[in-house]
Write a protein that binds this ligand. Structure first.
Ligand code: SF4
Ligand code: SF4
Ligand code: SF4
Length: 281
């Protein structure tokens, strides 16, 4: 890496890209009004989406976007970790493997042969895995993409040496806070809000669309209960599986719900039967 100056005493920030779409890195650039203040507090030392100029590590904070999908990624993330005092992952790709982790659940190469004319030129791993599967992670910020206000809070927290104050509750609470009528109750809309981490301000329900879980599972997500309820409302297993298999398809809580809709619904129905029904059988 090319060093530009060693006289700067600001903490250094580095941003790294792995398998991703760059959308979470753009959230940092999207800070706009706060960006000048941020660059007063930290020295952006490595951020190739913003500048070719880089400063040699080690770095005080590294933001890591993307999942691990190639043999080179496996080695590179270890170097990033070794060069970072704090490592924070940003986005669904980095936290759960991203939408590219759909390949984890099919035959190796099944998607590559459909997407690429010459998949034989690809050198990829059979799975897409989160950063935490390879190195220690100090904090995971969720979202696809992440919310810039949450990103600023995380950066400020690490600079101040405290834990970030980021909500772990569900999107439903944000829905209530902005007085949005519940789509699931009023319209039987398939909505993952009850099991999805807050952070977007309940954006989709506010425009009449069910949440599809882009912020990943909330801290106490009860996916089995939600899939049982949605199935009782008429949603098919296929619909439920598609709902759970998007940007956070490999997140364990969402994964546990795939194929589980029917099982959960039967269990719920059984639990609601009067106890004497069971005694008569
Ligand atoms: S989490 Fe979403 S926005 Fe962020 S890099 Fe991955 S695909 Fe892009
Ligand atoms: S619309 Fe969705 S997110 Fe909002 S309260 Fe209903 S279930 Fe929860
Ligand atoms: S409502 Fe759900 S899908 Fe929509 S932005 Fe928020 S977390 Fe993502």
């Amino acid at each position: 890496m090319r060093s530009t100056s060693n006289s700067d005493v600001r903490p250094t920030l580095a941003v790294w890209k792995f398998a991703s779409c760059d959308g979470c890195q753009l959230s940092l650039l999207d800070c706009e009004q706060e960006l000048l203040a941020l660059t007063g507090a930290v020295r952006i030392a490595h951020f190739t989406e913003m500048s070719r100029a880089t400063v040699s590590g080690p770095y005080d904070i590294s933001l890591v976007e993307g999942s691990i999908t190639t043999p080179d990624d496996v080695e590179r993330i270890k170097e990033v970790r070794a060069n970072s005092r704090h490592l924070v992952t940003i986005g669904a790709c980095a936290a759960s493997g991203g939408i590219q982790a759909l390949r984890n659940f099919v035959e190796p190469g099944a998607y590559a042969s459909v997407v690429y004319t010459h998949p034989e030129y690809l050198e990829t791993l059979e799975t897409s895995t989160p950063i935490s599967a390879h190195v220690a992670v100090d904090y995971e910020l969720h979202g696809c993409p992440i919310d810039r206000h949450q990103l600023l809070e995380v950066l400020l927290a690490f600079l101040a040496g405290r834990r970030p104050v980021v909500a772990g509750h569900s999107v439903c609470q944000e829905c209530k806070a902005r007085s949005t009528v519940c789509l699931l109750v009023s319209d039987k809309t398939a909505c993952l809000g009850p099991v999805t981490r807050a952070g977007c301000g309940a954006l989709c329900p506010s425009v009449g669309r069910g949440c599809f879980g882009c912020f990943g599972p909330s801290d106490s997500a009860n996916v089995a209960s939600l899939t049982a309820r949605l199935r009782l409302l008429g949603r098919s297993d296929g619909e439920l599986d598609r709902l759970l298999q998007t940007f956070n398809a490999a997140a364990p809580a969402f994964r546990s719900g795939v194929g589980a809709g029917r099982v959960a619904a039967v269990a719920l129905e059984q639990s609601r039967r009067p106890s004497h029904e069971g005694a008569e059988q």
